[in-house]
Design a protein around this ligand. Structure first.
Ligand code: ZN
Length: 198
């Protein structure tokens, strides 16, 4: 039996489909929206539609941005010969927050996972290989220290090494199984400073 109006039920259903939102939270959010002034709801809805439409991939590093080139790639004073490879834009943000890394990034948008059927072709590796044809001195692999992240690091290292470019990997300061975005700045910097040649 449907306890709510079909519109509320539809809203709850939509919220439930979002990651990390259970049935209870979905209900709470739906009722919150119903009680908001209609102008605020319009603002919220518009912000979502605009973000979805405007956000695209940086043509250089593949991070999410709303320009052709992201703010990092478009800065001439960044060291464009050092590329740090990360799994996602959140990991990039974690390193950027430390303010100590002056190179540029490459965002893969995931990691190799046979379990989830994610193959190298599903990640932004082709784009990385194209970038390596320019003047690049070092590729720092900063994938997560999960099984998937490690497999991705191994794969990339094998792929890049024949080109003669130095390939390094973050030191083991990053806890195994830890997502980069949840690790504190000190640990991140230690991992970066102590990086090892693959
Ligand atoms: Zn970029």
């Amino acid at each position: 039996m449907d306890y709510y109006s079909s519109q509320i039920s539809k809203l709850i259903e939509e919220f439930t489909a979002l990651p990390g939102i259970g049935a209870k939270s979905a209900q709470r959010l739906a009722f919150h929206v119903i009680n908001m002034p209609v102008e605020r709801v319009e603002e919220l809805a518009n912000a979502m539609v605009t973000a979805r439409k405007k956000v695209c991939y940086c043509k250089e590093c593949c991070t999410l941005t709303d320009q052709e080139l992201c703010p990092i790639c478009s800065k001439p004073d960044r060291d464009h010969t050092t590329i740090m490879v990360v799994e996602n834009t959140r990991d990039l943000a974690a390193y950027e927050k430390t303010g100590k890394y002056n190179g540029v990034y490459h965002v893969l948008h995931g990691a190799i996972s046979p379990m989830l059927g994610i193959t190298p072709a599903d990640l932004r590796m082709k784009e990385l290989m194209i970038r390596l044809q320019a003047d690049v001195k070092e590729v720092i692999i900063a994938t997560n220290s999960t099984l998937e992240g490690e497999a991705t690091a191994m794969y990339l290292s094998k792929l890049i090494k024949p080109s003669g470019i130095k390939v390094t990997k973050l030191a083991s300061g990053v806890p195994v199984g830890g997502d980069l975005e949840y690790i504190d700045e000190v640990t991140l910097l230690r991992a970066l400073d102590g990086r090892i040649v693959m």
